[in-house]
Design a protein around this ligand. Structure first.
Ligand code: URA
Length: 240
């Protein structure tokens, strides 16, 4: 494994920003293998013991998983009364403090990313980043070109909630569709399609940014992201 920059390793824990790490190093609060760190950009050998104020920091690489969420589970880390998506993971991963990147409704299926990488999750969910999310929906009623034009123009939902332009692709006779959103407002797909007179009866997320649901995963199954998927996620999203 290659050497890594000290500031990148410490910031990847999600405990400090890069700026905060720089300040910690400047104040002499960081040691690498017991020796006070000189510069934030110093390279660390794999397995080096990094400590802040004498306390060792776990800089093992983050965990990134894709889960095929089944219906019936809450997208939450815990709930007193109902099962959550975390219940699908083994204990050692649950202990790691993983959390879902964004939310799917209880009855929505499909791609859910789970990680313990706070900064990455924050970037993917930032409204400034416009990360595409593609959904498949089955509808009561039908959608067609007029609906696609309405979504492309940017809909205004109840209480004046303005949505960014979205891509609606009717499938077959229009009782199914694909919809691509660049944001994630509460119940957004269901609200947009209901407002077009075609309520959603089944919803599945197919992708988040560059990562697509692995159709080899059965509902309830998960797998780690590949190195390519992880590095593609790092680059996901345009800034405003
Ligand atoms: N939009 C919805 O309405 N529900 C979801 O679960 C995700 C997007």
């Amino acid at each position: 494994m290659a050497q890594q920059r000290l500031d990148k390793l410490l910031a990847s824990t999600g405990l400090w920003s890069r700026a905060e790490v720089r300040e910690l190093v400047r104040r002499g609060r960081v040691t690498v293998d017991g020796v006070k760190a000189g510069k934030p950009e110093d390279k660390c050998a794999p397995g080096a013991k990094i400590a802040v104020d004498g306390g060792e920091v776990d800089c093992t690489p983050h965990v990134y998983l894709m889960l095929h969420k089944p219906a019936g589970l809450l997208t939450a880390t815990e709930d007193k009364n109902q099962p959550t998506v975390l219940d699908l993971l083994p204990a050692h991963l649950r202990r790691r403090g993983l959390f879902p990147v964004g939310r799917l409704d209880k009855d929505t299926e499909g791609l859910l990313l789970l990680t313990d990488d706070g900064p990455l999750a924050h970037r993917l969910l930032s409204p400034k980043k416009h990360v595409d999310k593609v959904y498949y929906a089955r509808l009561e009623g039908r959608v067609g070109e007029e609906d696609a034009a309405a979504l492309a123009a940017g809909m205004t939902l109840g209480e004046g909630l303005e949505c960014l332009p979205a891509l609606l692709e009717p499938l077959g006779d229009g009782s199914e569709c694909r919809i691509t959103l660049r944001e994630g407002k509460y119940h957004q797909v269901k609200r947009m399609l209901a407002a077009r007179g075609a309520p959603v009866v089944y919803l599945k997320r197919l992708s988040m940014g560059p990562v697509w649901l692995d159709e080899g995963l059965k509902k309830g199954e998960w797998r780690p992201l590949t190195a390519q998927e992880r590095s593609a996620l790092e680059l996901a999203g345009d800034e405003d």
